[in-house]
Design a binder for this molecule. Structure first.
Ligand SMILES: [Zn+2]
Length: 383
């Protein structure tokens, strides 16, 4: 499932906020309430006066190279995916796609524990070389005294049952969550998390953790919001009591510093795709911190020169990841962005922004590290 169809499904399921369509008409005196419903007034929606940003689908006019990359230049370890395939047939299709596009191994972040983890593990167990399964944390009783021992026991049990790492853990400012197990106000640097993160270090289980969300989700949902198309679906600006993005980065760093024997993978550039320099400082201070680049291709492709410099500076800490289903076109757009020097191309099927994208043209050495070497090092360190 790509992000667009995921958003549609989420909307149907009532998970996402109301779609933005009506909000973005930009004629100055335009009052959406008065004009709607469109059909009654027979407003010509094709008229440039009424094209919504949400519907804007420009085509690039430049006669410049278009690079189609069917297969990644080097073998890949995908450090951020989920159990998208639900049937043996779908799993077999996924393996076939991985063969075609050049993905050697996919890390499945199940975020689950107990029988749910065990069932997912079994589903994928036919391909032990191609998929590895990571579990979640059990937070039950987190708000009662004595929390910790049982959660650590469940972690050990999952490890015994085949979990090779932990993830994806989430904290978007409200508190830690892992699949269905949720908390309020329990953040990564909380002392109650210590036994769990320590045990991950002991068991050599890397921890994949998603903190905060892209900056646009926190900003005003108005005409100045650069990422409005996506931001509105995942908005956080209407949740005043959560820890903000900057605060979440501080919390994450405190957790990473408290547990130097534990390897942390911050998902999605730690949501610092808009401020990569800050992520670079985190890397400089914390040798046990990595970041995956999953689901932030469209957010970094607008700044190809700065982004490729960042890749060059921190090529030993960045990990390839997808987090966007398992369609071939999804993999291929990530290769185009990482490998090609294509400019000003649109990819609205995979991503939800109105802006155009550019390739980074990463050199071989950097591609090898990001696609494979860094991940292989983390996975091999477990013995
Ligand atoms: Zn994910």
């Amino acid at each position: 499932m790509n992000r667009r169809s995921f958003l549609k499904a989420a909307s149907v399921a009532g998970l996402a906020a109301t779609p933005t369509s009506a909000v973005l008409g930009y004629s100055p005196q335009h009052d959406v309430q008065k004009v709607a419903p469109w059909s009654k007034n027979q407003v010509d929606q094709q008229s440039p006066e009424h094209i919504l940003l949400n519907d804007y689908r420009p085509k690039s006019i430049y006669k410049i190279p278009v690079t189609e990359i069917a297969r990644a230049r080097y073998p890949i370890i995908d450090m951020h995916s989920h159990p998208y395939a639900k049937t043996p047939q779908q799993i077999a299709e996924w393996v076939h796609t991985m063969d075609e596009v050049g993905v050697e191994k996919t890390v499945i972040l199940t975020s689950s524990v107990g029988t749910e983890f065990d069932a997912t593990y079994r589903q994928y167990s036919k391909y032990p070389e191609r998929f590895e399964m990571w579990c979640g944390f059990e937070y039950a009783g987190y708000d009662r005294p004595g929390f910790g021992a049982a959660a650590v026991r469940e972690l050990e049990r999952c490890h015994q049952a085949g979990a090779r790492g932990v993830g994806e853990l989430h904290d978007k400012g409200q508190g830690m969550a892992s699949g269905k197990s949720k908390t309020r106000g329990l953040h990564p640097d909380d002392t109650r998390m210590d036994p769990l993160f320590e045990k991950c270090g002991e068991l050599s289980m890397p921890v994949s953790i998603h903190v905060a969300d892209p900056i646009w989700m926190y900003q005003k949902m108005d005409k100045t919001n650069d990422g409005l198309m996506n931001a509105y679906h995942w908005r956080l600006d209407n949740q005043p009591n959560i820890v903000g993005l900057s605060g979440m980065i501080d919390l994450l760093e405190r957790a990473v510093q408290k547990h130097p024997q534990t390897t942390f993978v911050a998902c999605h550039f730690a949501n610092l795709d808009y401020d990569l320099a800050r992520l670079g400082q985190l890397f400089d201070r914390n040798p046990n911190l990595y970041a995956d680049i999953s689901a932030r291709y469209a957010e970094t492709a607008p700044i190809p020169r700065f982004a490729s410099q960042f890749y060059a500076q921190h090529s030993d800490r960045l990990l390839y990841g997808t987090d966007m289903g398992f369609d071939q076109p999804m993999y291929r757009i990530t290769f185009r962005i990482l490998e090609s020097l294509d400019e000003h191309f649109y990819e609205t099927e995979q991503f939800d922004y109105h802006w155009s994208l550019n390739g980074f043209g990463l050199p071989d050495l950097i591609l090898q590290r990001v696609y494979h070497e860094n991940a292989a090092k983390i996975l091999a360190a477990r013995g």
